[in-house]
Design a protein around this ligand. Structure first.
Ligand code: MRU
Length: 338
């Protein structure tokens, strides 16, 4: 991605602003939108202008910097911005992880309101962004190593978007795919469209095509058929929160993919940075699952496809039990949940 198609970037110094690639408008329009206030950053996270667990964390960190006024940061405003941004979305733990790092800067014993705190906050947000880039690259290498024995043209299925659009770097779930392509393995990617918001169709297919990677879009309901036909040798997905026992929350539909993978003897790998692991939760049953508006199901993208007034249940995530996960790939290496 070049400068204007970066998922997110900070423009200027401490009084600068956050620029986001508007993911609600992809793949039709490739446009950036500025966020100049904490409220605008909150709204962008809530509306999925920026989405994907690591990207939300990085955006929130820069969002805290939007509380800086005239080159100065006030401890009270920073703590308040952290509290407020934490209410934008509940499931991806990277959001809370990044916000607690920002808050620690403001609450350090030596910290006082003023220009030095403003500089320290921006430096911390940039560090979170830079570290995310490095983590993505490392996950890509570990994931590609894991399937290095598979033949050229290996079939890989993915769900939702866990690529560069979902992170501050090259992706989590898709980073091994990019690494395999760099190693000349010519992966063939099966892209679940990912109902109801079509992150697979709108974002993953776009991203893979931009990079010249072989990809085929399927409706979510076609995955079983494709697996049974022997076209998929491995599945790579991201995660929004991983509990201590290895249960992993990811985009709704991932659990179904995992059940299918087991039925067909295909390994499913969860790829996520350690910032996605929440050791405070013993199992996935404790992970808060976001529920989103009924209209996303009944009239997504502006056209009604269900009767007016129908009752709708729209959980945005589900939890895949650890026993269905072949391995969890992090920047620190590969773990097998027990
Ligand atoms: O609702 P979204 O689009 O934010 O959901 C994103 C996902 O579920 C991704 O798979 C997950 O965040 C991992 S991305 C690196």
């Amino acid at each position: 991605m070049n400068e204007t198609t970066a998922t997110l970037r900070w423009e200027g110094g401490v009084d600068g602003h956050l620029m986001l690639l508007d993911q609600t408008r992809l793949p039709l329009d490739v446009v950036e939108v500025p966020c100049r206030t904490v409220e605008e950053a909150w709204d962008a996270i809530k509306r999925l202008v920026v989405r994907g667990a690591p990207a939300i964390g990085v955006a929130a960190a820069y969002g805290v910097c939007l509380s800086i006024k005239n080159g100065e940061a006030a401890v009270y405003d920073v703590v308040e911005a952290c509290r407020y941004l934490a209410t934008s979305r509940p499931t991806a733990v990277n959001l809370f992880w990044a916000l607690s790092r920002m808050r620690r800067v403001a609450e350090a014993p030596t910290a006082t309101s003023g220009p030095a705190l403003a500089e320290a906050l921006l430096a911390e947000a940039r560090a979170i962004h830079d570290e995310d880039r490095e983590m993505c690259a490392a996950m890509g290498r570990h994931g590609a190593d894991l399937v290095a024995d598979l033949p050229e043209g290996v079939g890989i299925l993915t769900h939702c978007n866990a690529g560069a659009l979902a992170t501050g770097g090259d992706g989590s779930g898709l980073s091994p795919v990019f690494e395999l392509a760099r190693r000349g393995k010519r992966p063939r990617v099966w892209v679940d469209e990912t109902r109801p918001l079509l992150q697979g169709a709108r974002l993953t297919a776009w991203e893979l095509m931009q990079r010249g990677i072989d990809c085929t879009l399927i409706c979510d309901s076609m995955a079983a058929h494709v697996m049974r036909a022997g076209k998929v040798q491995a599945i790579f997905v991201g995660a929004d929160r991983i509990a201590a026992n290895g249960d992993a929350a990811n985009k709704i539909g991932t659990y179904g993919v995992a059940v299918l993978a087991e039925a067909h003897g295909i390994p499913l790998y969860v790829v996520a940075p350690t910032s996605t692991i929440d050791m405070t939760l013993a199992t996935g049953a404790e992970i808060p699952i976001e529920e989103r508006a009924a209209e996303e199901v009944t009239e997504g993208f502006g056209r009604r496809t269900a009767p007016a007034g129908v009752r709708v249940y729209n959980p945005a995530f589900d939890v895949t039990p650890y026993r269905l996960i072949k391995a969890i790939i992090t920047e620190r290496g590969v773990f097998k949940p027990k």
